[in-house]
Write a protein of this length. Sequence first.
Length: 232
Amino acid sequence: MWLTKSSVGRKVIMSVSGVALVLFLLFHMAMNLVAIFSTEGYNMICEFLGANWYALVGTAGLAALVVVHFVYAFVLTIQNRKARGSQRYAVAERPKGVSWASQNMLALGIIVVVGLGLHLFNFWANMQLPEVLHKLGMHVDSATMASVADGSGYIAKTFTCPVYAALYVIWLAALWFHLTHGFWSAMQTLGINNKVWFCRWKAIGNVIVTLIILGFLAVVVAGFFGLGALGA
């Protein structure tokens, strides 16, 4: 099949999955900002999502997108390295017009995946997972079940720890570099080759990604310093 066997097809799959993940991050960031202004409002959102069928379908879909995106990114990186052969060792300086992020997308992607694992450990494993296990008939203690929708509490608990706060800042910085390059690269792959619109989409992508990262960073800062509803 063209989409999976050709280099261009693989890039299309990686681009579409990447854009879909950016849209999810935009939604997730907007949702998290609620925690700064209203503990009750944010916890209501957490309770609404919970382990309901639509949330589980969404979680499974997101997991599939992440796996597909990372696998195809890894395959394309290995493919490009093999194509360059020994030439990749011949250039000591970064070629003109090639960004640092472009040369380090795989490393940035690995940091992003490790950060995602940390995020799942701190939040998903304490919130949705216990509900899933409970619905499957497995034993989950009552104290854990009582706190599964306390998203604001988990945010405050996580980010008041300096180590976690610092790790999240590093993760968000890597995510910014990865997404700013990835967004305009995806637009190019999907056919936005016109110089005017390519520049516009690059600018739009940079603005969207920067807003996403600043939104997540605001939650980390608010949690660390106990600002807004997270300090109540």
